[in-house]
Design a binder for this molecule. Sequence first.
Ligand code: FES
Ligand code: FES
Length: 152
Amino acid sequence: MIELLVNKKKYRFEVDPETPLLWVLREELGLQGTKYSCGIGECGACVVHVNGEATRSCVVPVSEVKGKEITTIEGLTGLVSEALREAWIEGDVPQCGFCQPGQIMTAAELLASNPRPSDSDIDDAMSGVLCRCGSYNEIRKAIHQAAGRLRP
Ligand code: FES
Ligand code: FES
């Protein structure tokens, strides 16, 4: 029996402890905002927060996150989340949209720790979160815009 804390709710269910967290989120809990793409930790489509840290859920066995606080795109709340969502909408960032949950979760971790990121801070934090539609410039602009909204 595994007990998980996801988006502030407790869940208990039977699952092989080696099952990747991503499978549990999507198949057991029905949280389909977190995407499956490469399955080997290379693309960032599956990023969630584990104790606030951006984590590629396709390569983390569910047994490793027992007792930790897991947040998916569905449960991302707070000022950083609002600023990002508004900037994403205003900047018309998503194209097909597939990569965007992973992009936003990664950007949220960046802004939580660095509210004034430079271009290179953004590029470092977001590197390896792939977008087949090539929305990288729009993403960088939207992160700057969200950071601006968060400044007093
Ligand atoms: S699906 Fe997890 S990094 Fe690509
Ligand atoms: S918006 Fe299509 S993959 Fe990023």
